[in-house]
Ligand binder design. Structure first.
Ligand code: SF4
Ligand code: SF4
Length: 184
């Protein structure tokens, strides 16, 4: 979208006050429509409101797959984590908030992260870790309620990061589509 910064105002716009009142009427319209929209729900008459506002935290927003919440590690259906501890995400992370300690495993993949932690107090949700991962092992989830008053609690260890593939399917499909050009 291109913004035209050289607009020539009409005479009506140049006298200023009509545009002020037009702005106030748009704002008032939204204000009263939302205010009235609450009444049926408050009277328990209609649970389905026609306004955008949600009763957070009782009601949650369903984020689109493009949303980048906290990064998590994918666990496959057979219960194995996908990560092969290659360290690419650790290197690419601009906030240097990922720490991985690799180890050998008897499994086919040979390497796994003995420990994997992300300091969520430093993460900037850029998604680079997800983009660089060759195994789709780390993805951006839709979880955003991670605020805490204690910084130590923002240090997420591997057991807090592991999430089953089923819960992340929407995002996994989405990244297949957007990174498809480069990774597949
Ligand atoms: S989202 Fe960005 S800042 Fe956060 S862990 Fe991944 S690469 Fe690092
Ligand atoms: S999450 Fe992906 S990029 Fe990071 S170490 Fe594991 S396999 Fe490598």
């Amino acid at each position: 979208m291109i913004v035209n910064r050289n607009i020539t105002m009409t005479w009506w716009e140049r006298i200023y006050l009509p545009e002020i009142f037009r702005g106030i009427s748009v704002t008032s319209n939204h204000f009263f429509r939302n205010l009235i929209g609450f009444i049926p729900a408050l009277l328990n008459k209609d649970k389905k409101r026609k306004i955008f506002t949600l009763y957070y935290p009782d009601e949650k927003v369903e984020f689109p797959p493009a949303y980048r919440g906290r990064p998590v590690l994918v666990v496959d259906e057979n219960g194995t984590e996908r990560c092969v501890a290659c360290g690419l995400c650790e290197i690419v992370c601009p906030a240097k908030c990922i720490e991985i300690q690799p180890d050998e495993t008897e499994l086919e993949k040979e390497r796994y992260p003995k420990s994997f932690s992300i300091n969520m107090a430093r993460c900037i949700f850029c998604g680079f870790c997800e983009e660089v991962c060759p195994k789709e092992a780390i993805v951006m989830s839709d979880e955003c309620e991670i605020a805490d008053l204690d910084r130590n609690k923002m240090f997420y260890k591997k057991d807090q990061l592991l999430i089953s593939k089923n819960k992340l399917q929407k995002r996994l499909n989405y990244i297949k589509e957007i990174y498809g050009k480069w990774n597949y």
